[in-house]
Ligand binder design. Structure first.
Ligand code: F6R
Length: 614
């Protein structure tokens, strides 16, 4: 987590850094800072709090340099306070660093530096690293690039760093291992950032550093990329960015989350575009098609993911087992990577990740690859680490998701998983042509059904008003909508801080039913497919114990309407597509409740969008 940004060129660096930090704030927002490099010395400002607090603190400071770096932090080592904020300066006051990641062996390095007379002011691992760089620079009389390289070869952990020397206003040195770093290439100017969003309006050309690479960025020269381990020069490819400014702005919405919820008809459509040809009965997915024999022979698919992406994986399990009849296991990446899992050559491991940078998911994939599995990625961020290490994969094309709570990325993941399940089902001969054609056709209508589901906004807002002060909430569903219940509960708890739990409806009797009383709102997904009658019985059980029922039902439903306190109607659909539609009102509900409770919807406390530490 953490976002880093930098600029070197002829424009003023400060506005580029501040705006860049605002765009990267999704990566962490408990403190922020920047340093500008003038011929007469460094100007550094940093503070606990958000980028707006940094702007306040910077008032009255000289802000006219054309080289500088900035940072927005999600604390790992040391509480969020002014001292622990980045940038960090080395003991002689010459070197400054911003860092995203964790230096695992920082204690050992710190002890070594203590013995050389170094002192430390913060509790961070980053301050240790900048002093290690200074140590090599001074002791071995090295230039900045070589000093950074020497230091990075001693470091265990993950990093994306940018380092400047106050003695040189023409150079920034960057390096990467495990945390992303992009370099924007303009005409006689360079941008550095954790993702391309800070420089999208200035240039469309970017280099994405690979793990284990570093670069020297010098005014008026070509960027020099080299391997950290052996100093070998690398010729990086220059990527053309597909991102535009509009995609990363709020577009008139009060919050990114609301914008992203409302973008879902488009994001789902974009995810299917060029892939689903419903009239011809064709699903084009090169990542699957090119490896069809492997998929056909697969004894098992293991899905690894975290959080919301893990919930998408659970829906994927239902879809792939039902439509393609391949056994699927869904694992938390963080558990999978540490439990010596049994993986065979005929297994396929699918990672699902919006950011493509989640440390646990990345590590789980690497492990699976080492054990010989074929690894497949479902990512949203193009060029992300997971997308790059997988053998094949499919992008979700949901567009940038900036609100920390995942919404459109989730439904895009469900769309990709549906396409995969349908394609595999067809080619394995598990689906009749008729069923395949009818599901393909229905899938193509989902964006317009999502549009309709978004019309529940007014009723959802009224319901939110009634339950906004609840202390607890339960979410229940069965079959395909058990994961929907988990996702609904996660959305509520992460942005409104109401304790919420998702359960398979039938599990109620085995414990959670003890929680039911007249104060407990119970959100039930009760669509008219699958286990409808069973869910109705579960609703009766809650009603008999005075629980408040808010049910997501199929339009026209009568039975549940008679039992529930409130109903929210979504369009008629096959069970396979119901998690997409049922999620919409649950996303809206968590959004409205959070707004009514005065919570920071886009940047909930303690969270960050891209979890690049384990
Ligand atoms: C919740 C949420 C998180 C992420 C999780 C995995 O709204 O966004 O639970 O789903 O941190 O992130 P990715 O998908 O980027 O691997």
């Amino acid at each position: 987590m953490c976002g880093i940004v930098g600029y070197i060129g002829s424009r003023e660096a400060y506005p580029i850094i501040i705006n860049g930090l605002k765009r990267l704030e999704y990566r962490g927002y408990d403190s922020a800072g920047f340093v500008l490099n003038y011929p007469e010395g460094l100007e550094m400002v940093k503070t606990k709090g958000k980028v707006v607090d940094l702007e306040d603190k910077a008032q009255g400071v000289k802000l006219h340099a054309n080289i500088g770096v900035g940072h927005t932090r999600w604390a790992t080592h040391g509480v969020p306070n002014d001292i622990n904020s980045h940038p960090h300066m080395s003991n002689n006051g010459n070197l400054v660093i911003v860092h995203n990641g964790i230096i695992e062996n920082y204690e050992a390095i710190k002890i070594k530096l203590y013995s050389e007379g170094y002192v430390f002011h913060s509790e961070t691992d980053t301050e240790v690293l900048v002093n290690l760089i200074e140590y090599f620079k001074e002791k071995e009389n090295l230039n900045l690039t070589d000093a950074v390289r020497y230091a990075l070869t001693e470091v265990i952990g993950a990093f994306a760093i940018a380092v400047m020397d106050s003695q040189n206003t023409d150079e920034i040195v960057v390096g990467r291992l495990g945390s992303p770093l992009a370099i924007g290439i303009g005409e006689d100017e360079f941008f550095i950032a954790s993702d391309a969003s800070p420089f999208v309006e200035f240039t469309k050309d970017a280099i994405y550093l690979e793990d284990g690479e570093m670069a020297t960025i010098k005014r008026g020269e070509k960027v020099k990329v080299r391997k950290i381990v052996d100093n070998k020069e690398v010729h990086p490819s220059i990527h053309e960015l597909q991102l535009d400014l509009e995609q990363i702005e709020k577009g008139g919405y009060e919050h990114f989350m609301l914008k992203e919820i409302n973008e879902q008809p488009k994001s789902i459509h974009d995810t299917m575009r060029g892939r689903l040809l419903p009239d011809e009965g064709i699903i084009k997915m090169a990542g699957i098609w090119d490896h069809m024999e492997r998929f056909k022979k697969a004894k098992r698919i293991i899905i690894v993911a975290c959080g919301t992406s893990w919930h998408a994986g659970l829906v994927g399990e239902y879809l792939i087992e039902e439509l393609a009849r391949i056994p699927v296991e869904v694992e938390y990446a963080s558990e999978f990577r540490y439990r010596n899992p049994i993986i065979n050559k005929n297994d396929i491991v699918i990672a699902i990740s919006q950011s493509g940078e989640t440390a646990d998911t990345l590590a789980a994939l690497k492990l699976a690859k080492e054990k010989g599995a074929f690894i497949y990625g479902i990512c949203n961020v193009v060029g992300s680490s997971i997308a790059r290490i997988t053998d094949a994969g499919s992008y979700t094309h949901a567009g940038p998701e900036i609100g920390v709570a995942s919404t459109k990325a989730f439904t895009a993941q469900l769309t990709i998983l549906t396409l995969i399940a349908l394609k595999l089902g067809k080619h394995k001969g598990n689906l009749s042509n008729e069923r395949f054609m009818s599901l393909c056709y229905e899938l193509s209508t989902i964006p317009s059904k999502v549009e309709k589901a978004l019309n529940t906004n007014d009723i959802v807002k009224k319901i939110s008003e009634i339950y906004k002060d609840a202390e607890n909430a339960l979410y229940l569903g069965r079959g395909y909508n058990f994961p929907t219940a988990l996702e609904g509960a996660l959305k509520l708890k992460e942005i409104s801080y109401i304790h919420a739990e998702g359960y398979p409806a039938a599990e109620m009797k085995h414990g959670p039913i003890a929680l039911i009383d007249e104060n407990m709102p119970v959100f039930v997904i009760a669509i008219n497919k699958g286990h409808y009658e069973k869910v109705v019985s579960n609703i009766q059980e809650i009603k008999s114990r005075s629980g408040q029922i808010i049910a997501v039902v199929t339009e026209g439903d009568k039975q549940v309407r008679d039992l529930a306190d409130h109903v929210i109607e979504i369009p008629e659909c096959s069970e396979e597509f119901s998690p997409i539609l049922a999620s919409i009102p649950l996303q809206l509900l968590s959004y409205h409740v959070a707004v009514m409770r005065g919570c920071n919807v886009d940047q909930p406390r303690n969270l960050a969008k891209s979890v690049t530490v384990e």
